[in-house]
Write a protein that binds this ligand. Sequence first.
Ligand code: GDP
Length: 416
Amino acid sequence: IPDDEDIQKEDNIRCLTTLGHFGFDCLPQQLVNKSVQQGFFFNILCVGETGIGKSTLIDTLFNTNLKDKKSSHFYPNVRLKIQTYELQESNIQLNLTVVKTVGYGDQINKEGSYQPIVDYIDAQFESYLQEELKIKRSFVDYHDSRIHVCLYFISPTGHSLKSLDLLTMKNIDSKVNIIPLIAKADTISKNDLQKFKCKIMSELISNGIQIYQFPTDDEATTDVNTSMNGHLPFAVVGSTDEVKVGKRMVRGRQYPWGVLQVENENHCDFVKLRDVLLCTNMEDLKEQTHTWHYERYRCSKLQKMGFTDVGPDNQPVSFQEIYEAKRQDFLDQCQREEEELKQKFMQRVKEKERAFKEAEKELQDKFEHLKRVQQEETMKLEEERRQLEEEIIDFYKMKAASGTLQTQECTNIRKD
Ligand code: GDP
């Protein structure tokens, strides 16, 4: 290929220097600009017992002081508290939603403690699915509230996971990316911490609980993510207090024997957690949420509604065909139900008619009986009246006869 000067000499062509860079290697820049304009959204779910350090860790992670009032240990059931914050760092805006459990682990019966968490995660998937199914979708201003990561706070005081931890994680591991954390890790010695971490990991594996694995397929992050996977569960310490160490002020917890520096990697895994959440894996967490967890929910939901991609003959079935078949099924069912209702109605009418007739007959019989009784009564009275009249007549006859007799007797006496 001849160089520019040769061409200029040969063909006397004028060479212009380009003003700026062009080419499709600029494409990523467009994405960056668009994302910066739109801002970033991130939704975190914190699951852990009351007082385990959820609020403090969130404040430490995002350098905020959200002043959450201390939660009580006496709630009758588990609730979720949702807080949304708009954070700004240089020109990047982060819309952060933090969902925290309230009253988790405080009830005597812990059976249903995980249910509100499962319901909440599903409800966010459902609302996204409803938006997707709309004819006029508006994802531009839709607030996507699906949970991108669940920080599961494990108590540092036990020897292993509690049954509540296992039960909850088992019920949510197919719905959300779980990152297990050992809370208040400053309360465990270094040796115990290592043993505790191994124990937790082996328990998670033996119970078949799927936790988030940092992806190792991207060359740029392979090394860091492989090492991160080896550090799980992260042992974290939270504190927003500034403590003096030498000449520097650092965030840490002051103890009589020294300072635990939150951002010192020899003291705890806080920096590792912050790096994976904010610097290296936020996009992957969001992608996993969409492509795995939401997809699984959507698939099972549509299957429950009777939709399928292939028919019984393994041939693809179109959405239209399924819709029409479903509609026909629905209409048939409506007709069947209408028939059933009509029949039931007719049967009830007949039953009522029969009951009325029986009641009418009963009344008629009663009436006849009463009529008969009354007739008999009348006849009896009539008979009595007749007898009485006869008696009266007889009485008068007798009276008349006795009158005549008396007169004759008087006449006889006078004659005498
Ligand atoms: P939440 O109820 O889970 O939100 O717990 P909070 O964040 O309100 O913390 C409860 C208490 O634990 C507070 O007194 C915190 O100062 C303390 N705390 C929080 N994080 C840590 C930690 O990492 N280590 C220690 N030792 N205490 C902590």
